[in-house]
Design a protein around this ligand. Structure first.
Ligand SMILES: O=P(O)(O)OC[C@H]1O[C@](O)(COP(=O)(O)O)[C@@H](O)[C@@H]1O
Ligand SMILES: [Mg+2]
Ligand SMILES: [Mg+2]
Length: 314
């Protein structure tokens, strides 16, 4: 049995980096325990506050953020925490070497219906400052709280998947995730069609036309509404996830956040042989201009990402 500590020591000689990842994995174990009890403890509802993005916080958004903060405060290698739920970056250990950017609870609109949610994190070098490109990441990961609790993690090599066992140990269940190059599954919120740009409209209508259209192949559509769940499906069996820039999100720059949603997911998807783009450039090359910056996100099977890039290039 390969456990997370074995994997970490095989993937990096940097014990401090390994401990930063282990702290996020430990936070995931605690958040999983909260989520299992949430309908009983009554924590699925609103917290009564809004975050810096103007979104109503769920009680579990706040609880998950507090759990992450507790684990990171206890680890002297962590210098700064950036979180979806915190307006400003939080200074932790002054000598710490790493910044963690996190979405402590992704997909929280799915909490009251018992559908998979997640915790996403990115590890950056402290010396690079708050605003770094995705290419500067030292590691990234997410925890998916579904029928099984999964931890997906990558330092700079392969993307691996762990499953939480009954004793609270992360056991390696997929050594090297490999996203199939070709796929017939796309994920997009089609209720936003009236806001889409020409490239997105063309990509989706060609997909929906299936084997009788120009794509010459049948497609299926899936949209969980939790990015972690949609990306986990793509990591395990291929597909493409799209939250493109549209006329409604244009003024904000997009819907999803660069530092703690797009960058870590792009890091993991690319480690599994998939691709990432905003439509016009690699997500990992986007200059960060704010800790809560939003960007358009397209991720997944290489052939499908290339197909939509073709529409953006026209
Ligand atoms: O409401 P929509 O348009 O379906 O958007 C869903 C997307 O928003 C998110 O819920 C945003 O994340 P948070 O729940 O962390 O705010 C993603 O997980 C998901 O992909
Ligand atoms: Mg999110
Ligand atoms: Mg969130």
């Amino acid at each position: 049995m390969t456990t997370l500590p074995d994997w970490l020591s095989a993937e990096t000689d940097d014990a401090a980096l390994a401990s930063a990842i282990a702290s996020m994995a430990a936070a995931g174990v605690d958040i999983a325990a909260e989520l299992r009890q949430a309908p009983i403890s009554g924590h699925t509802g609103l917290a009564g506050a809004t975050n810096v993005q103007g979104e109503a916080q769920k009680a579990l958004d706040v609880i998950s953020n507090d759990i992450v903060l507790k684990h990171l405060e206890a680890n002297s290698v962590i210098s700064i925490l950036i979180s979806e739920e915190l307006d400003e970056a939080v200074d932790l250990a002054s000598e710490g070497r790493f910044i963690i950017a996190t979405d402590p609870l992704d997909g929280s609109s799915n909490l009251d219906v018992n559908v998979t949610v997640g915790t996403i994190f990115s590890v950056l070098p402290a010396e690079g400052g708050l605003l770094q490109k995705g290419t500067a990441q030292l590691a990234a990961g997410y925890v998916a709280y579904g029928p099984a609790t999964s931890l997906v993690v990558r330092i700079t090599g392969k993307t691996s998947v762990f499953t939480l066992d009954e004793s609270g140990t992360w056991q390696l269940t997929v050594d090297t995730a490999a996203i199939p190059t070709a796929s017939g599954e796309f994920a997009i919120n089609t209720a936003r069609e009236r806001f889409w740009d020409a490239a997105t409209t063309a990509y989706v209508s060609e997909s929906v036309a299936g084997e009788t259209g120009p794509a010459g192949k049948r497609y299926n559509m899936r949209w969980v509404g939790s990015m972690v769940a949609d990306i986990h499906r793509i990591l395990m069996r291929g597909g493409i996830f799209l939250y493109p820039l549209d006329s409604e999100t244009q003024s904000k720059g997009g819907r999803l956040r660069l530092l703690y949603e797009a960058n870590p997911m792009a890091w993991l998807v690319e480690g599994a042989g998939g691709r990432s783009t905003t439509g016009t450039q690699s997500i990992l090359d986007v200059e960060a201009t704010g800790i809560h910056q939003r960007i358009p996100v397209i991720l997944g099977s290489a052939d499908e990402v290339a197909r939509i890039e073709g529409f953006y290039a026209r």
